[in-house]
Ligand binder design. Sequence first.
Ligand code: ARG
Length: 252
Amino acid sequence: MKFISLFLTGLIVSISARALPSRFDDIRKSGVLHAATEGAFPPFNYFRGKDLGGFEIELTNEIGKRMGLKVDWKTYAFDSLLIGLGQHRYDIVAASHAVTPERALAVDFANPHYCTGGVILSRVGGPQTIKDLGSKVVAVGVGTSYAQFLAKQTNVEVKTYPKDLDGIQALLAKKVDALMTDKFVVLELKKEGKLPGLQYSDIVEQEKIAIAVHKGEPALLAALNKGLEKVLADGTYTKLSEKYFGEDIRCK
Ligand code: ARG
């Protein structure tokens, strides 16, 4: 009896495995890769007027091209992006997500498309190291790796804002003592003269940033990695990276 039921289970598993076409087959047939991002994290993903652009938008479009696909973008609040991926509302998320062990339980990550880190932004004279933070009040974007890092590694009071950059207004208004966000986001703000009276630290937390894919889509993941490999090798990556950052920010 046990043997028969084991046999039947095996049969059902193998039939359903065969009956389930890979999601990547459907994507290839449609020619469109449905991608989600936030659109409020310059210079990685952001709106210039009505146009969505930025380093990782352009990079993902290039990766899509190498896969023979057109990338169709939709934007959502940052903290809902991986949830929507879990519900199959789109195929990939490219929104500067750091690869973390917690996230890797819920989604699969492609190979990283850049390496960076979190920095501390504060008013001149304010905290610049983890130690300086003590039990101060620190602003972060809701659902970010910085929120998790601070909760795990420090005793600070974390204040979350819908967007990473909303925290800057809070910092200028002295509602918080510091803000933690991406190094290149801060460098971009500085370039635009948007950090009056503010200072920033060196990287206090290293991150590898990658595109997220629904779990159990090995064909899609492999195709993304292949596409990334091609743009890294053929000069496209360097050109884009130089355009946005004046340097090549691939993981070394
Ligand atoms: N790298 C950080 C994280 O993994 C911040 C990402 C924020 N991205 C965005 N589109 N707002 O959480």
